[in-house]
Design a protein around this ligand. Structure first.
Ligand SMILES: [Zn+2]
Length: 397
């Protein structure tokens, strides 16, 4: 989903001779040039983290409910959790009863970065403004990218709000965060409406201090950074999607800052794919089993895994399904990045390559393993485009 093509510094960091814009999660996916337009290399792992953390200490409280506690009350919940309609139930809590949902896999979207590049969205330095730049200067490209994913078969699209964090947009965050988030939400909503299809819009709630960087997370500052994102997206989204989450603490924070609006909370963790693990773990080192238990505790309607290599997702789904049973939906949207690039420090200044074994047909085969393991939602993250989503929709949707 969008999100995520969000850069080793965000999701989809896309490169051009003019620089390396990045958006979605951690993607540094680029079409061709490697090592051109090197990104600001400030942090210890700048490949996924520009280290630019400029918006600190901002007072962003806009009257939003930032103390919603655990918001377990899904009272007036229009479509969350209890929807037993196995049919076109893509709304909300989405059908949490898998028995009523047999054989039905919900199709998510893919990464936005490369799609925006294809549409000639403006790219210029500073690179970390890229996503904001697309929102304000190429809104049609953002909307069209959403539409292409919908036409490919996506039933849930994710607003392009992943990069609306100080980490990416610097000083603009203080004054423009809510407006930018609202623009992201509105464009996704417009695409859904324009498509004429029953498409739901998820609001991307990104890592607030950098993708893949649980070590940078500041629980005390997180609520005020989260507030304008939530306020801007709220009028437009059906689902809250906390994505590319690296630690249990990040997940708890997002749940706590969300309003009691009855909208389903989807929780998507990125997994450590740098080295083999006996059991799947988050990038914080905490286990997927712990993450699954937390998702249940927080009342999440869905637990997902995103922006990690496709081969490690199946084990995570199995662990999660064992723990969660039929109590929530499980999803995967992997990235198409070369894993070494994704994790090695010496790749930090370069763009990530896209794996040849994640072309649409190959990606479908990965997705089939996730479904066999218990996933009932699939999509794509950095480097996964409409052509991949079409393949998923045709064979799994
Ligand atoms: Zn990603």
């Amino acid at each position: 989903m969008d999100h995520a093509d969000r850069g080793r510094a965000g999701h989809d960091a896309v490169n051009k001779s003019v620089g390396k814009p990045m958006n979605e999660c951690v993607d540094n996916v680029v079409d061709n040039v490697r090592g051109v337009g090197r990104r600001m290399n400030v942090g210890s792992r700048p490949h996924r983290d520009s280290g630019l953390n400029v918006g600190g200490g901002l007072s962003m409280d806009r009257g939003l409910n930032v103390d919603g506690g655990l918001n377990m009350d899904r009272g007036p919940n229009v479509d969350g959790g209890l929807n037993m309609d196995p049919g076109l139930n893509v709304d909300g809590g989405l059908n949490t009863d898998r028995r009523q949902n047999a054989g039905r896999v919900l199709i998510l979207d893919g990464g936005m970065g490369r799609e925006l590049l294809r549409r000639g969205a403006p790219f210029r330095q500073p690179e970390w403004e890229w996503s904001a730049l697309a929102l304000t200067e190429a809104p049609d490209a953002v909307r069209d990218a959403h539409l292409d994913f919908i036409r490919a078969g996506a039933e849930v699209i994710t607003a392009n709000s992943y990069a609306v964090v100080p980490f990416h947009i610097g000083d603009r965050f203080e004054l423009e965060a809510q407006t930018l988030a609202a623009t992201a939400g509105r464009l996704a909503r417009e695409a859904a409406t324009q498509s004429g299809r029953d498409v739901k819009v998820a609001g991307s709630l990104p890592p607030l201090f950098g993708s893949y960087r649980p070590d940078l997370f500041e629980a005390a500052r997180a609520p005020m950074l989260a507030a304008p994102l939530v306020a801007g997206l709220a009028p437009y989204v059906d689902i809250w999607l906390a994505e590319t989450i690296s630690s249990l603490a990040e997940a708890r924070t997002w749940r706590e800052v969300l309003p009691n609006d009855g909208k389903p909370f989807w929780l998507s963790f990125t997994l450590d794919d740098a080295v083999p693990h006996e059991v799947p773990v988050l990038r914080s080192g905490e286990t997927v089993a712990e993450a699954a238990r937390l998702a249940l505790d927080l009342g999440a309607a869905a637990l997902l895994f995103n922006c990690s290599a496709p081969e490690i997702m199946e084990a995570a789904v199995r662990v999660a399904r064992d723990i969660c049973g039929d109590r929530l939906r499980l999803g995967v949207y992997a990235n198409a990045l070369v894993t070494e690039d994704n994790n090695s420090d010496d790749a930090n200044g370069e763009l990530s390559g896209v794996r040849e074994d994640t072309q649409p047909e190959a990606y479908l085969r990965w997705a089939q393993t996730w479904v066999a393991a218990g996933a009932d939602m699939v999509g794509g993250c950095c480097g996964i485009g409409p052509e991949h989503i079409r393949e998923l929709a045709q064979h799994l949707g």
